[in-house]
Design a protein around this ligand. Structure first.
Ligand code: F1X
Length: 397
């Protein structure tokens, strides 16, 4: 095992004026709640609960869950007692943000009992994301890609899945983000050769894909899974999704079904339709399996994963973790020196692991010093870390 060069890097919190996490609490969350109130005719009880949550999380202290709240014991084990009474902005960003989404589900009555039980407060946004000209163009591009050599398809689908991570609806709640100019957006670490070496065609590999966002990220993730299965790079794919709505657009099982229907209904686009049909069958046959572990919505790093999840990941030929939040949880939500080796930060993970992530928060490891300096020189305000304009494919075999 490589030695860990900086185990004590500062934990990211949200109280520093002008900082990225502070903006998440003070700008993004109010924008999110405004959009939810526009999207649903919530009755007064829910509206009041949402307003109270916003007041509490922008200027107050963390309140406990009700004694009979679903998952209360789990949250107690995940550190709730030690954070109750503390300012939201002074609690670790990773923990507080996750708890915000748990409390938001309480506010809208997701857990029930009651008439709003199971009504996903983010579903309108996720569905709208599939009904866009961009989504249509992506399906048309798939038809063109189908005529290209298989290796070219593999590389394009991997990059499609990678850049799909920009289609994160929480991220788009932020003000002043750049236009969706994917072309020329640099992949600042690209270990994709190492990833393909882990998945030789014809080997009975099991690929675990830890999904991130629904909609226009999940569709390319599923297309990548289809490619791996179809061309023998995987014999099985296990897709980990969230057990309940989370971080606005994170994928749940219902979102997987919506994404598959989006593909199968694409009769104007043969490749998308065919891929959707194959994936639908694969799901029915158990070749593609969906799992929703409670720890997927935990406010903790993967280093703290429970034994059953550890055992599950240990069965993977490689685990692909999608997106920014999974990255923060994989390497730890701390201000690591950017040159900290990715292999050192992920040495605890039970088996080969790959991160496919566009950079949307302060955390980054695995850069060489030259790249870091060049990026800092090009954007002195460190926007490259948070603007979603840069990406990494990092692999620890
Ligand atoms: O995991 P994802 O969807 O790629 O990103 C989640 C995200 O939007 O949420 C956090 C801020 O709310 C940031 O870490 C990150 O930008």
């Amino acid at each position: 095992m490589l030695s860990d060069p900086a185990p004590d890097a500062p934990v990211i919190v949200s109280d520093e004026p002008g900082s990225f996490p502070r903006g998440v609490f003070l700008d993004r969350h109010p924008a999110l709640i405004r959009r939810m109130l526009d999207a649903f005719p919530y009755p007064p009880e829910q509206r009041d609960a949402l307003a109270a949550l916003l007041r509490e999380s922008t200027g107050g202290v963390i309140a406990p869950l009700a004694a009979d709240a679903p998952g209360r014991e789990r949250w107690d084990a995940w550190g709730l007692p030690e954070h109750v009474g503390r300012s939201w902005l002074q609690a670790p960003f990773l923990w507080a943000e996750s708890f915000f989404y748990r409390r938001l589900l309480d506010a809208v009555g997701w857990f029930g009992p009651g008439p709003w039980q199971g009504v996903d407060p983010f579903r309108p946004f996720k569905l709208a994301d599939l009904d866009t000209t961009e989504a249509d163009e992506e399906r048309a591009a798939l038809d063109r890609l189908a005529t290209r050599p298989v290796d070219e398809q593999a590389a394009a689908l991997l990059h499609g899945s990678l850049w799909g991570n920009r289609a994160d609806l929480g991220f788009r709640m932020g003000a002043g983000q750049p236009a969706d100019g994917r072309t020329g957006s640099p992949v600042i670490v690209d270990d994709s050769d190492a990833l393909w070496r882990l998945l030789p065609a014809g080997a009975p590999s099991t690929v675990y894909l830890v999904a991130d966002n629904a909609g226009r990220e999940l569709v390319p993730d599923l297309l990548l899974a289809d490619h791996l299965l179809r061309h023998g790079r995987a014999a099985r794919v296990v897709l980990h999704v969230k057990p309940h709505p989370y971080y606005v657009s994170d994928a749940t099982t219902a979102d997987v079904l919506d994404a598959l229907r989006h593909l199968t209904a694409s009769t104007a686009h043969r490749a998308a339709h065919a891929a959707g049909t194959r994936l639908w069958t694969a799901l029915g046959d158990g070749v593609l399996e969906v799992r929703a572990h409670p720890f997927s919505c935990a406010p903790l790093p993967y280093a703290d994963m429970p034994d059953d999840l550890r055992a599950d990941f240990s069965r993977a030929t490689v685990t692909l973790l999608k997106g920014d939040l999974n990255y923060r949880r994989l390497v730890g939500d701390r201000l690591w020196p950017a040159t900290t080796p990715f292999a050192a930060r992920t040495a605890y993970f039970p088996g080969p692991v790959a991160a496919l992530r566009t950079l949307k928060s302060q955390v980054i490891v695995g850069l060489d010093a030259r790249t870091e300096h060049a990026l800092d020189a090009s954007a002195p305000d460190c926007a490259w870390r948070t603007a979603g304009t840069h990406a990494v494919i990092q692999v620890r075999p």
